[in-house]
Design a protein around this ligand. Structure first.
Ligand SMILES: [Fe+2]
Ligand SMILES: [Fe+2]
Length: 281
């Protein structure tokens, strides 16, 4: 792993460019595949409607811990995401890589830079004792039949009790056509937790920021093109934002790690502007 140094902020982070786009998210081969598959097998077995509702209750009061955003970023120094076939280094670096990628492409949207830093902070749930299959990875709606673009769709859901429940095992399941993703119960994980945490703590970010964080892991929708039958016009209007965000979330992943100490002051300024102080997690 190389740590890049340099006084010019535009030079601090520079992905190595050694990987082609089609080499990301390979779920058929690779050195991390066993770990990734095991995480998804557990996720797709245990994420049920009842499970998700329990987690909403358990974490909805935000009484786990009080800390600042930067303290949460530092907590992710201790987390390697076991669902990620592309990354085998702590998630805190990924937060800065994503943010710096957005900063380069969208220099005038400082709130968007902050979205990059914030988007995976919900993974601190692992530090709260949650198993990774309940925190990381792609999300999917519970309460209806999983669609084919969900990773490992054909080999991981057979032990999930909801797949045998007549209320949940059709394409619509418990939902009305085009009910809107806001009314869909997503598998529990860092997206929904962080979205709710930002609402609870009244982050002063635009609606697009909340939406991108809430659905950034919903690959079967934003990349797979599935689940359109549950979307309302608002979801389709937000989709380009989620897809724009995804470019940086995915393609800035690189073993070329940024020098976090040089980046921290800029992002602390954004935190002070949009989500200052000690927050409830
Ligand atoms: Fe994420
Ligand atoms: Fe991410």
């Amino acid at each position: 792993m190389k740590v890049l140094m340099g006084p010019d902020p535009s030079q601090i982070y520079r992905p190595d460019g050694g990987k082609n786009k089609e080499d990301f998210r390979n779920y058929t081969s690779g050195p991390l595949l066993d770990r990734v598959y095991t995480t998804y097998k557990l996720m797709h077995t245990h994420q049920t409607v009842d499970f998700v509702r329990r987690k909403h209750e358990e974490f909805g009061a935000f009484s786990y811990k009080k800390m600042s955003v930067m303290e949460a970023v530092e907590l992710l120094d201790g987390l390697v995401d076991e669902s990620d076939p592309d990354v085998d280094f702590p998630n805190s670096f990924h937060a800065f890589q994503t943010a710096e990628g957005i900063r380069k492409a969208h220099p005038d949207k400082d709130w968007f830079h902050l979205v990059g830093l914030l988007h995976d902070l919900g993974k601190i749930l692992v530090m709260a004792g949650e198993p990774q299959w309940s925190v990381v990875g792609d999300t999917f709606p519970v309460g209806c039949h999983p669609q084919k673009s969900v990773v490992f769709w054909d080999s991981t859901f057979q032990d999930n009790p909801d797949t045998k429940d007549p209320r949940y095992c059709t394409d619509y399941g418990m939902y009305e056509p085009h009910c809107g993703l806001e009314n869909v119960l997503m598998s529990w994980g860092h997206d929904e937790y962080m979205y709710r945490m930002m609402k609870f703590n009244k982050f002063s970010l635009p609606p697009e920021a909340f939406y991108m964080i809430r659905f950034h892991s919903f690959y079967p929708w934003h990349t797979g093109g599935d689940y359109r039958h549950l979307c309302c016009p608002h979801d389709l209007s937000m989709l380009p934002w989620v897809q724009e965000f995804n470019k940086f979330d995915l393609y800035t992943k690189s073993e070329d790690l940024p020098d976090v100490s040089m980046l921290r002051p800029y992002y602390q300024g954004l935190i002070d502007k949009y989500c200052p102080g000690v927050l409830c997690w």
